[in-house]
Design a protein around this ligand. Structure first.
Ligand code: FAD
Length: 320
């Protein structure tokens, strides 16, 4: 019996959301008195032994070029083999894009109960109960998992990493890797921007900014802070900003440490994608804007007057 954590990598580096999953998995293992192990698929340049700091005792690697790109069916079949070989009874994912693609398939294949969007450690005092967020973060549910193999997909940024000294054993796992049904012919990467899905700081603009010519108010602050930029759907729909920046129910769901919203009303569909942010700052000229109800800090004011002052103040603070 052990805990197995799926370690998601991008260009050979383990993603931060997977480090959270690793640390969470190690804590679950500690609760149950078992060991936590990890598995990483594809070619990795990261120092995997250093994952011991996150509590993993062992990291299994499956080096194979076809695993450098996600094919959820192929990944699932490799994980099924790893789970059988390691005897893992609890499998932990990050509930990120790849976790969302693989965990449900694995759940169906193994007839294993899945809690996606977990936000807390399991309560093992009476069975195995995991708290998750539901209705786009508006409520919580406690899910009892009764199947022999249990799968947890942890919401990114919902578990604080605590590291300690430790080195993980790194061992190659000989898995049969199916031929992928998907062929990646080209990868077009957005360069020169902080990727939104992994960003810790996000500066976002809405229709209150009146037009794309005013986006300097968003991008100048983002550059100063090393933040990613985002926008409301209304903004992406009129092509003021690209659709990959659109956050919300029908866009990307993010959970940064800071979400800074400028001229966004805070419609429920927008909040659905950002309400897991640790700190929300809202600038809106309408004191009745719904976003203020979700904000930790708010400024009632005209963005065109407030933002230049904020940018200037940050510039001075940074000595830029
Ligand atoms: P507006 O609603 O026009 O709000 C602009 C805000 O700017 C107002 O609050 C105004 O007071 C403020 N403002 C105006 N001028 C200034 C100024 N000078 N200074 C400061 N503040 C100013 N939306 C999303 O964002 N993401 C989604 O994923 C999403 N999915 C949807 C799914 C469905 C099925 C539906 C029906 C809608 C969805 N929407 C989504 C749309 C959503 O309902 C809102 O229409 C949208 O979020 C509004 O965008 P906005 O706040 O930028 O614009």
């Amino acid at each position: 019996m052990s805990v197995l954590v799926f370690l998601d990598q991008s260009e050979g580096i383990i993603k931060k959301s997977s480090l959270e999953a690793a640390n969470y998995g190690a804590k679950v293992a500690e609760q149950l008195g078992v060991a936590a192990e990890g598995i990483v698929l594809g070619n990795v340049t990261d120092d995997l032994a250093a994952l011991g700091k996150y509590g993993l005792k062992k990291v299994h690697t499956v080096k194979n070029d076809t695993l450098d790109h996600l094919d959820a069916q192929v990944f699932t079949n490799v994980l099924v083999q790893a789970i059988a070989a390691s005897g893992a009874t609890i499998v932990v994912f990050s509930n990120n894009m790849n976790g969302k693609a693989i965990a449900p398939r694995l759940s169906a294949k193994l007839k294993a109960g899945l809690v996606s969007g977990a936000i807390a450690l399991p309560d093992t005092s009476n069975g195995f109960v995991v708290k998750k967020s539901v209705f786009s973060g508006k409520a919580f549910a406690n899910i009892a998992v009764n199947t022999p193999v249990k799968i947890i997909a942890l919401n990114p940024n919902s578990y604080n990493i605590v590291t300690a000294d430790g080195t993980a054993e790194v061992a190659a796992f000989a898995a049969t890797v199916d031929a992928p049904k998907i062929t990646v012919t080209a990868t077009n990467k957005i360069v020169g921007e902080v990727p939104l899905s992994e960003a810790e700081l996000v500066i976002s603009g809405g229709r209150g900014l009146k037009g794309p010519e005013n986006w300097g108010l968003v991008t100048d602050l983002a550059k100063l802070l090393g933040a990613a930029t985002a926008c409301s759907r209304a903004v992406a729909d009129v092509h003021w900003r690209p659709h990959h920046e659109h956050v919300g129910q029908t866009g990307l769901a993010i959970a940064p440490n800071l979400y800074f919203a400028i001229g966004i009303s805070g419609a429920i569909q927008h909040l659905a994608g950002v309400n897991r942010s640790k700190v929300i700052v809202v600038i809106n000229k309408d004191p009745e804007a719904p976003f203020f109800k979700a904000a930790d800090y708010g400024i009632v004011g005209d963005a065109f007057e407030v933002m230049p002052k904020i940018i200037e103040a940050v510039r001075k603070l940074k000595g830029a």
